[in-house]
Ligand binder design. Structure first.
Ligand code: G6P
Ligand code: MG
Length: 223
């Protein structure tokens, strides 16, 4: 396992719980358009780009918008979302994220972000996490959505590593698939019943030891 040299983290759902804010902002938008959706449907939006999220939500409401209105509602939703993010405090990081990043960095691993979000830099700043990252690949850089591996491949490249030297931490099914499509192993953060394709799954980063994860992953490498 010595050859894992880089860790690539998804942001939303792995390092911070922004899903609740995405939900509130999208729901406000749906309500303005005269319909509603629930938290179960919201699960389908995790890891999905802003544009694709809006398309999906509109399909739930049976609504078609002109291209100009589509842009308008994407902007509105983001403005509402940013109202929450602007107020975000470092203690809104998910439990254990800070310690895990700090220990990984101290152990000499290169660290990248691989997120679909266009707001990732602001969120990392709010959490005071920016200094942990050697590379930030996000929705402003990547043109393809997970499960396309682009975001993670760019992350590996930015770290100066090959994909098989990198380990991905993801909470979304599409993210696990993106890691695999890029030739990387994936650590699922969430429920094993949902993240069935991940090599290993943990409920969160809290209390996790990187050495223990690498040890579990040994079985997925050819001798
Ligand atoms: C992450 C979240 C999605 C969100 C996407 C784009 O993947 O899980 O829910 O839609 O980022 O985020 P943005 O901040 O650019 O709207
Ligand atoms: Mg996520």
């Amino acid at each position: 396992m010595e050859h894992i040299k880089g860790l690539i983290f998804d942001l939303d759902g792995v390092l911070v719980d922004t899903a609740k804010y995405h939900f509130l902002a999208w729901r406000r938008m749906a309500n303005e358009l005269g319909f509603d959706f629930n938290e179960h449907q919201n699960e389908q939006l995790k890891g999905v780009s802003r544009k694709q999220s809006l398309a999906l939500i509109l399909s739930w409401g049976g609504i078609t918008l002109s291209p100009a209105d589509f842009e308008k509602y994407m902007r509105l939703k983001n403005d509402w979302y940013l109202e929450f993010i602007q107020k975000m405090q470092p203690d809104e990081a998910l439990p254990g994220a800070d310690v895990f990043l700090r220990q990984s960095k101290a152990a000499g691993y290169k660290i990248a972000l691989g997120s679909a979000s266009k707001n990732s830099r602001l969120i990392l700043d709010k959490l005071q996490f920016t200094h942990f990252f050697d590379a930030i690949i996000d929705g402003n850089v990547a043109t393809e959505s997970k499960p396309n591996p682009q975001v993670f491949l760019l992350g590996a490249k930015a770290l100066g590593l090959t994909p098989n030297q990198c380990l991905v931490f993801e909470d979304a099914i599409a993210g696990i698939q993106a890691a695999h499509n890029g030739g990387m192993l994936a650590v699922g953060i969430g429920q094993p019943e949902i993240l069935t394709q991940a090599e290993v799954v943990y409920p969160g980063l809290d209390g996790l030891q990187l050495a223990a994860i690498l040890n579990e992953l040994k079985t997925f490498y050819k001798a």
